[in-house]
Design a protein around this ligand. Structure first.
Ligand SMILES: C[S@@+](CC[C@H](N)C(=O)[O-])C[C@H]1O[C@@H](n2cnc3c(N)ncnc32)[C@H](O)[C@@H]1O
Length: 362
């Protein structure tokens, strides 16, 4: 079936957070307004020993309610986001004496804070070497006795078995990587998590949410909901601005979500029919309209066929439970990284879905 619905959303800066509200059932793990306790920087700093407060504050300030930044070198991997203070607080509270892994942690500020809260050892993984180097630079600024607490593992998370022993970890954190995976990789991802965690271990993740300020109800029961970005870069390709974004339903779950379709084809913001032909037909109208709208811009227009899947607490929980983990909580997360209530997600929008799960004891 090649039935595709393409909805054009002309939003500036709506880089990874489009979602829909009206056809969503209440979450099984719904959090009411009163139950969302937001954590401050002071709350988080209370979890580190007095001697580590200075270092922790420096790291925390980089990611607490911060802006997003582009992942170094590899535009296709999107952006690095502010920390999720409530999730971080939860993990830091449980960190003392624990062995922790952050998957796809970019420059690893979360991992460092968990380490400073007293983890026995913290591993930081990311596929982009420049991000891992930045993590190492930050670790190098710590006191000598703390540096040994951290190990970086640059490379594909699916190769982590080569570096870590089975049942050797207490906590795994994976923020904003899962929505990049092909559905055919989900099982392998959860198997990896289950293999590496000890029984009773904790798995925490965040993914892009289907709730947004400008949500449009859409039923993706006929296929998988994907989003496609159209982005303008400055001449150095370092400051992408999302011009607009399309959402489509597609029944082809096998497509690689990280196809980086194009670098230069729409140079000058004129419609190039040869280039257009290389893109899926379902996107043509949107692309033509979009280029028309931004024809006054200068620079390179790249079409990122950077497909990400959008999640709700319900569909994410089902995936995680079906994989054999026990979901303990789900959360809506706002732009600044904090947990927000279901009510807020529905009225003002949400950026991410957060989930915490456990490995059964037996
Ligand atoms: C959207 S960014 C999120 C970064 C960070 N976790 C955050 O939430 O701010 C996705 C990250 O996943 C990393 N990544 C993508 N594919 C990966 C893979 N197969 N193995 C490890 N890291 C990967 C990218 O380099 C990038 O740092």
């Amino acid at each position: 079936m090649n039935k595709t619905i393409t909805i054009f959303l002309s939003t500036l800066f709506l880089w990874q957070h489009i979602a829909f509200s009206s056809s969503i059932k209440p979450s099984a793990f719904e959090i009411s307004e009163e139950e969302v306790t937001q954590r401050s920087q002071s709350d988080i700093l209370r979890l580190v020993p007095r001697t580590e407060i200075g270092d922790s504050l420096k790291i925390l300030q980089r990611v607490f309610e911060s802006g997003r930044r582009q992942i170094k070198h590899e535009h296709k991997y999107g952006q690095s986001f502010p920390c999720n203070p409530e999730m971080l607080y939860d993990l830091m509270s449980q960190a003392p004496g624990k062995r922790v892994l952050e998957i796809a942690g970019a420059s690893g500020e979360n991992a460092i804070l968990i380490g400073l809260a007293g983890a026995e050892h913290v591993y930081l993984n990311d596929i982009v070497p420049e991000e891992v180097e930045e993590f190492q630079r930050q670790v190098e600024t710590l006191k000598p006795e703390l540096k040994d607490r951290f190990t970086s593992i640059a490379g594909d998370c699916f190769d982590l078995d080569e570096h870590l022993e089975v049942n050797s970890l207490d906590i795994i954190l994976a923020r904003n990587i899962f929505h990049f995976l092909k559905p055919s990789q989900y099982d392998d991802f959860f198997e990896l998590v289950k293999r590496l965690l000890k029984p009773g271990g904790i798995f925490a993740m965040t993914v892009n949410s289907r709730y947004s300020e400008h949500g449009v109800a859409i039923d993706d029961s006929e296929g998988t909901l994907f989003s496609t970005f159209m982005t303008i870069f400055d001449e150095n390709y370092v400051k992408p601005i999302a011009l607009n974004r399309t959402l489509s339903i597609c029944d082809d779950d096998t497509k690689d979500p990280l196809i980086y379709t194009n670098h230069h084809v729409f140079n000058g913001f004129t419609i190039d029919s040869d280039a257009l032909e290389k893109l899926p037909k379902s996107l043509h109208t949107t692309v033509i309209e979009s280029i028309d709208r931004v024809s006054g811009h200068r620079g390179q227009l790249r079409i990122l066929e950077n497909i990400i899947r959008l999640f709700t607490p319900e569909n994410l929980s089902s995936l995680v439970e079906n994989a054999g983990l026990e979901v303990t909580s789900t959360h809506h997360i706002g732009t600044n990284g904090h947990y927000i209530s279901e009510e807020q997600a529905k009225t003002t929008g949400a950026c991410f879905v957060g989930l915490i799960a456990g490995i059964p004891m037996d």
